[in-house]
Design a protein around this ligand. Sequence first.
Ligand code: COA
Length: 273
Amino acid sequence: MLNVPKTGETSYADGKILQGIVDGVGVVTFNNPDKRNAMSLEMWEGFGQALTALRDDPAVRVVILVGAGDKAFVSGADISQFEKTRHNAEASEEYSKRSAAQRALLADYPKPTIACIRGFCLGGGMQVAMLADIRIAGSGSQFGIPAAKLGIAYGYDGLRHLVSLVGPSWARLIMYTGMRINSAEAQRIGLVDRVLDDAEVWDATLEIARTISGNAPLAIKAAKITIAQVLKDPAERDMAAIKQIGIDCMDSEDFREGRTAFMEKRKPQFRGR
Ligand code: COA
């Protein structure tokens, strides 16, 4: 079991999505361990609600996404719902719209996000993990996109992120075979950033989150905005947004605090303004 501290949790989707705050770090837990945290439509919607609540909470500076139990991050969409909700192109479009709306929230999330991955990270779970800013994985984790084994077309956004992380060749190998790869291979190809012992992955992720939340929020926002623009096609880049966040940073109280604290040899206290 992951020793995720449970403080002031709010639940969505009949408890299958949990949202809590640990030391100023927001945590969203995919909580359907009996089904390896497979995502039903209700869970996608609950996920969106939890993300929105943490986005709008000024006390939260960074958000961790984690799966309950030790067997899975998320094993993909809940296949048992497919017969009813995703059986043909028309139904699938409606299904995709409802789940994509929640993933769009994560894609445009204004705060840093970290996926803490143990066990299976498959299909839609990979999509969630790839949309997070950073991926920290346990050594026993396994990754794959079994769309070709099910007859599903994996969407543009998911593939765009896969290609940007692992390159087109590995993306093809993963998609054409539907194979699962282990944590060492996932790290080697750039799918995950750091691999730790399963027992240490939660504490290590929380430590990174705490470090981020102690840094200057505007400087982190500047990095987040700028890196997102770098990944876009040149014609779509919002250079004005990059310029504006640069101005906001350099005119901020936090920049003054950062340089004063350095000169006074003390830890800075950042306020995000
Ligand atoms: N949707 C619905 N149910 C799922 C699921 C999913 N994506 N993934 C796992 N489950 C369910 C299983 O049906 C099983 O239910 P049961 O106990 O009622 O039989 C339970 O979760 C445990 O799964 P099981 O296969 O027995 O566990 P495992 O540890 O041997 O294997 C997986 C785990 C994740 C490798 C395997 O369940 C699997 O391949 N799941 C499908 C993954 C997938 O194709 N995802 C992409 C969907 S688009």
